[in-house]
Design a protein around this ligand. Structure first.
Ligand code: RIB
Ligand code: CA
Length: 310
């Protein structure tokens, strides 16, 4: 019996972040949750994380983090997630406050106390970059970083995906950190869509959690289908960063050199993935997830929701 991967999820809930928390809470050893500004301001993302943890009855440590990027101005994504960051469902009031407003301290102290923890960021990489800078020994103590972000194309611009675009300087620090790095970018996450048939599986589950998550999926998917050509549902981005560790067999991946553009007038926030098939290619620093067994992956998501819906 292999042990569950230990992880800290650093998130900006966010509809897909919420699902990532549910999957991590069931299929991983969720050591803690930290929040970052991204989809919404830090007060909103932290409130949303509190609500999600309440709904699954989790008392894991929750620590609030950065309220703004390292250099870039704060920019959010209300056009996708709504002003609250988690629009589209009748959510309960949160029952507990965050344990602190020092996510970076929590990450550093926890990873120093216990070796082999994965950092799983599903929002802008501000907290992760600050932790790596605050504790140079962190890189050798963690199991690695499995992030949602980047891709061979963008969604915030033609070149840049939101999590990277929101804090390119932080992302550059993370991609340059030199140890185990898994990237679930848009190339793989757009292949995991919350189609109506898949959302129906969630809605068929008993209890309030499933009903709320089905409503969130409906809201998120309606936004995606209305804004994209040829999508049948919301791209379930963030759970891919968790599933990469809990269910790696569902993914197709390849190692590449990936670097973040932090100066490009047109390409700021781009993840430049070296796919060249020639000797000059750069030494790989990142495992890039390119494809996923979407039906199986969504069934894993349904199973996680069901586990908290009894
Ligand atoms: O581009 C998708 C990413 O941006 C996801 O993490 C989503 O939650 C938003 O943060
Ligand atoms: Ca996110």
């Amino acid at each position: 019996m292999t042990s569950l991967p230990k992880m800290i999820v650093d998130c900006d809930p966010g509809h897909d972040d919420a699902i990532a928390l549910v999957v991590a809470a069931h299929f991983a050893d969720l050591v803690g949750v930290t929040t970052v500004a991204g989809n919404a301001p830090i007060t909103a993302t932290t409130r949303n994380a509190r609500i999600v943890l309440d709904m699954i009855g989790s008392s894991v440590p929750l620590h609030q983090g950065a309220q703004r990027p390292l250099v870039a101005p704060p920019r959010h994504a209300a056009y996708v997630h709504g002003e609250s960051g988690l629009d589209g469902a009748d959510l309960p009031e949160p029952s507990r406050p965050a344990d602190s407003q020092n996510a970076v301290d929590f990450i550093v102290e926890t990873c120093r106390a216990t070796e082999g923890i994965w950092l799983v960021p599903t929002g802008p990489l501000t907290n992760i970059a600050l932790a790596l800078r605050a504790a140079p020994d962190l890189a050798d103590r963690i199991a690695g970083i499995s992030l949602m972000g980047g891709g061979s194309f963008g969604n915030r611009s033609a070149a840049a995906e939101f999590n990277i675009w929101a804090d390119p300087e932080a992302a550059s620090i993370v991609f340059d950190y030199g140890k185990r790095l898994i990237m679930s970018g848009l190339d793989v996450t757009h292949r995991l869509q919350a189609t109506p048939e898949r959302i129906a599986k969630v809605r068929a589950l008993p209890g309030r959690l499933a009903a709320v998550l089905a409503d969130l999926f409906d809201f998120f998917s309606q936004v995606y289908v209305s804004r994209h050509d040829n999508m049948r549902g919301g791209a379930v981005h963030d759970p891919c960063a968790v599933l990469a560790l809990t269910h790696p067999q569902l993914f197709t991946c390849k190692d590449h050199h990936v670097v973040v553009e932090t100066h490009g007038e047109l390409t700021m926030g781009m993840t430049l993935i070296d796919q060249r098939g020639l000797v000059e290619r750069e030494t790989p620093n990142c495992t890039v997830q390119w494809d996923v067994d979407a039906e199986a992956a969504f069934n894993v998501i349904v199973a996680a929701i069901a586990a908290f819906s009894k």
